[in-house]
Ligand binder design. Structure first.
Ligand code: MOS
Length: 694
C-alpha cells in the first residue's frame, strides 16, 4: 500500500455526476435503437396450475400488434440452473404473477392494451402461499445462499441450555420485502444474426451475458450486455430476471429489437423479493454474561421452482464466542415467486433476530448491552477457528458509544418522557463478510497520455466508478482527470456483479493490477508511448486463490434514539449513529453515502416495509410505492456514519472490505431495542407498526 495514497481516501465527487444530473446518462430503456418494438408481459392470475388455452384473437386485431407469445409458440431456450429464467417454456404456473404470455407491438401503449386483451384459461390447482412452522414439507438444505452449510453443530447446545443459569428463548419474524430499485427493470434486446446485445439495468453485465448465452445456446461472447448506468438494484439486478429474458426471447421471435420495461406494479412479482423469516433464537449464559450456548433456527420460504435459501443464521456462527452452538436453516417450498437477494440477504434479517435476542438477554442479566457483547468477543472465528484478518467490533462499540453519548444511560425502560413522547436508546452490532472474487481489467495509455481502464463493473449508484478511478489514478501515479474508467459492459471480460458488497474490492484489485503493470511498462520505456498506445491486461484469479485462510468480515455498531408516542404508538427515529470497521475507505464521500443509505433502508425495514400476503389469491396485496412504504432520509432527524481507521493487509491491494450492505445489518435491531427501552414493549415482529407497540 505504497502508491495508493494520493486520491484513495479523498472525497472525490462522482465522476459521472454531471451526466446524471443533466440527464445525459443513458439507462437501458433510453438507448436510441431504431425500430425497437415494445414487449409486455401477461402475468398469471392464478397461483398454481396450468395454462389450458391462450385466446389472443382480440389482442391480435389491435392495430400495431406484431405477435402474441405463449409457451406454445415462443422460441425454445436451453436448460438453465435458474428455472425463473425459463420464460414461456412451459404451460405450468408456479406462482401468481408468473409470465404466461407476452405481446409485442409497435408502441408501449398498444402492447399494454393488447396484453390486457389476452384471455387465458387455466386448470387451477390448490395452492399454499403461507409460511407456517410445522409444515411437514420443510427441509434443511445442505447449503444456503453463499455456499454456506445449511446446518452447523458445535458441542451440545441442548445440554448447555439446560444447564445455563440464564436462558433466553424468543421467536422473531421478518416479513417479505421488496427491493424497489428506483429504476424499474428495463431491457432492450437487439439481435444481429446469432449475437445478442442486451441493454439492461444490471448489477453484473458479464455474469448476465454468460447466463443469457447459456439460455440461447450461444458461445461465450455472443451475448453482450451494456449497462453503463443502472438506477439501483439492491440485489434484484444481480442476475437477469424474467423480463430481461422475455425481451431477448421476444426480439428473437419477431426479428426486431424489443424493449421490455416492468412497471412498478409488475416488479413486485417479477424481479424477486426478500424471503420472510421466522427465527427462533435461544441463548444460554452464565450470570456474568458469558454465552455458553447459541442456537439460531431460521425458517424461510422459496418457490416450487428453485430452492433459494437465505443465509440468515450465518452471523450467529461468527459473532460471539460460545462453546455450544447450533445454527439451522429450514426451507418451505410454497406456491410463491422465488425470493432472492435483497441488500444483506441473510445478514439483515438474521441480525435482527440475534441482536434483538442479545438485547433481551442483557435486560435479563441486568447488564449493559455493550458490556454483554464485549465479554463475548471471540479471539478467533468461533465456527471456522480461523484468525480474523481484522475484527474491530469492540472498537466500533466503544467509539460509537462515546460519539453517541451512551455513558450514563439508565437501562430501565419507559423512564424518559418528553411530553407525550417516550424516549429510548438502543444498540446492535453489524457484520458482513468481506468477499472478493476474481476479475479481469485492461489498462491502456494513448500517445497523448490519456489513460483508459476497462472492466465489466457496474455502478448502480454506489460510486464504484469513482472509487475505481481513484484506485487507477493512484497506481498510475497521475491525477484522476487523466483516467477514464469504462465500465458496465460484459465485453470487458470476466468480472463479478455489484453484489455481496464485493464490487469495489474485487474490481479494484484487477484495476490495481492492470494499472500497476502499465505503470511498470511506462517506467521501463522511460515514458515513451508507441503510436498504437500501450495496454496491459490483468486477471486476479490466482491472486484471489492464493490468499491465506482468514475469517474476513466487516463489522459495525449501530445506535438509535427513538421517540414513541405514548398515545398512538407511533415511532420516530431521532438519531441513528453507525460506527463501522470496513478496512480502507476508498472514498469517504461515496462510502458515507452508502452507509447512511443502508442505515436509512434499515430504518425502513424496522418501521415500514413489508409485503402483505393474501393467502386467498396467493399474491402480495401491496404492489406499489403507495402501499409499500419506504423511508427516506427525512424520516431520521440526525443520521451519521463514521468508521475507524482500519488496516488489514489480508484483503486486497487497497485494503478495502466493502460498505454496500454493512449499514443495513444492525439498524432494525438497534431501533427495536430502542423502542423497548423507550416503552418496555419488546416488538419481535417487523415492521414495528403502531399496533405492535401499544
Ligand atoms: Mo447485493 S443483495 O448482494 O446485490
Amino acid at each position: 500500500m505504497t502508491t495508493l495514497q494520493r486520491t484513495v481516501g479523498a472525497e472525490v465527487t462522482r465522476v459521472e455526476g454531471r451526466e446524471k444530473v443533466t440527464g445525459t446518462a443513458l439507462y437501458a430503456y433510453e438507448y436510441p435503437v431504431p425500430d425497437a418494438l415494445y414487449g409486455w408481459a401477461v402475468q398469471s392470475t392464478i397461483p398454481r396450475g396450468r395454462v389450458r388455452a391462450v385466446d389472443a384473437a382480440a389482442a391480435r386485431t389491435l392495430p400495431g400488434v406484431i405477435a402474441v407469445l405463449d409457451s406454445g409458440n415462443a422460441p425454445r431456450l436451453h436448460p438453465t440452473d435458474d428455472p425463473e429464467l425459463a420464460v414461456l417454456q412451459s404451460a405450468d404456473v408456479a406462482y401468481r404473477g408468473q409470465i404466461v404470455a407476452a405481446v409485442v407491438a409497435d408502441t408501449f401503449e398498444t402492447a399494454r392494451q393488447a396484453a390486457a386483451a389476452v384471455r387465458i384459461e387455466y386448470d387451477v390447482d390448490d395452492h399454499d402461499c403461507e409460511l407456517t412452522d410445522g409444515d411437514p414439507r420443510i427441509v434443511v438444505p445442505d447449503t444456503v445462499n453463499g455456499g454456506y452449510p445449511g446446518h452447523t453443530e458445535n458441542g451440545d447446545v441442548e445440554a448447555a441450555l439446560a444447564a445455563a443459569p440464564v436462558v433466553l428463548d424468543a421467536t422473531y419474524t421478518t416479513p417479505p420485502e421488496h427491493t424497489c430499485a428506483m429504476e424499474p427493470h428495463a431491457t432492450l434486446a437487439v439481435w444481429d444474426g446469432d449475437s445478442l446485445t442486451l441493454y439492461n439495468g444490471d448489477q453484473g453485465p458479464w455474469m448476465t451475458a454468460a447466463k443469457l448465452a447459456g439460455l440461447f445456446g450461444l458461445p461465450e461472447g455472443a451475448v453482450r450486455v451494456v449497462a453503463d448506468h443502472t438506477g439501483g438494484g439492491f440485489g434484484s439486478k444481480a442476475v437477469p430476471r424474467p423480463p430481461a429474458v422475455l425481451a431477448a426471447l421476444a426480439a428473437r421471435a419477431v426479428g426486431s429489437p424489443v424493449k421490455v420495461a416492468a412497471t412498478r406494479q409488475q416488479m413486485f412479482t417479477m424481479v424477486s423479493y426478500r424471503t420472510p423469516t421466522l427465527q427462533r433464537v435461544r441463548l444460554g449464559a452464565e450470570r456474568d454474561g458469558r454465552l455458553t450456548a447459541v442456537w439460531h433456527d431460521a425458517l424461510q420460504q422459496s418457490s416450487t421452482l428453485a430452492p433459494y435459501c437465505e443465509q440468515t443464521a450465518t452471523p450467529a456462527r461468527t459473532m460471539y464466542a460460545a462453546p455450544h452452538r447450533r445454527t439451522t436453516h429450514r426451507l418451505a417450498r410454497l406456491d410463491v415467486p422465488t425470493p432472492s437477494w435483497m441488500r444483506a440477504p441473510g445478514e439483515a434479517p438474521g441480525m435482527f433476530g440475534l441482536e434483538s435476542a442479545m438485547d433481551e438477554l442483557a435486560v435479563r442479566l441486568g447488564m449493559d448491552p455493550i458490556e454483554l457483547r464485549l465479554v463475548n468477543e471471540p479471539s478467533v472465528d468461533p465456527e471456522s477457528g480461523h484468525p480474523f484478518s481484522s475484527r474491530n467490533l469492540v472498537a466500533c462499540l466503544r467509539e460509537g458509544a462515546a460519539r453517541f453519548g451512551w455513558a450514563g444511560r439508565d437501562p430501565a425502560p419507559g423512564r424518559r418522557r418528553e411530553g407525550r413522547w417516550l424516549v429510548g436508546t438502543g444498540v446492535a452490532a453489524s457484520i458482513f463478510p468481506a468477499i472478493t472474487w476474481p476479475a479481469t481489467a485492461t489498462a491502456r495509455v494513448e500517445p497523448d497520455g490519456a489513460f483508459t481502464v476497462r472492466i465489466a463493473a457496474a455502478d448502480i449508484g454506489t460510486g464504484a466508478r469513482t472509487a475505481l478511478t481513484q484506485v487507477a489514478a493512484d497506481e498510475l501515479g497521475v491525477g484522476i482527470d487523466r483516467v477514464t474508467l469504462d465500465i458496465g459492459r460484459s465485453a470487458y471480460g470476466q468480472a463479478p456483479f455489484a453484489g455481496g458488497s464485493m464490487g469495489t474490492s474485487s474490481w479494484g484489485w484487477a484495476v490495481s493490477k492492470a494499472c500497476r503493470a502499465l505503470a511498470k511498462r511506462l517506467e521501463e520505456s522511460a515514458g515513451a508511448i508507441p503510436p498504437g498506445g500501450l495496454e496491459e491486461r490483468a486477471d486476479t484469479a490466482e491472486d484471489v486463490a492464493a490468499r491465506r485462510e482468514f475469517s474476513r468480515h466487516a463489522y459495525g455498531a449501530e445506535f438509535a434514539e427513538v421517540r414513541v408516542d405514548a398515545v398512538t404508538g407511533q415511532v420516530r427515529v431521532d438519531r441513528l449513529l453507525g460506527m463501522f470497521a470496513a478496512g480502507r475507505i476508498i472514498n469517504p464521500r461515496t462510502a458515507g453515502a452508502q452507509l447512511r443509505g443502508a442505515m436509512c433502508m434499515g430504518l425502513s425495514t424496522a418501521l415500514h416495509e413489508g409485503l402483505e400476503v393474501d393467502p386467498r389469491f396467493g399474491d402480495f396485496a401491496n404492489h406499489d410505492l403507495a402501499s409499500y412504504h419506504i423511508a427516506a432520509h427525512a424520516d431520521v432527524r440526525d443520521i451519521q456514519a463514521h468508521w475507524i481507521d482500519e488496516h488489514d493487509d489480508e484483503l486486497n491491494p487497497m485494503g478495502s472490505k466493502g460498505v454496500g450492505e454493512l449499514g443495513i445489518v444492525g439498524t432494525a435491531a438497534a431501533i427495536a431495542n430502542a423502542v423497548y427501552h423507550a416503552t418496555g414493549v419488546r416488538v419481535r415482529d417487523l415492521p414495528i407498526t403502531l399496533e405492535r407497540v401499544r
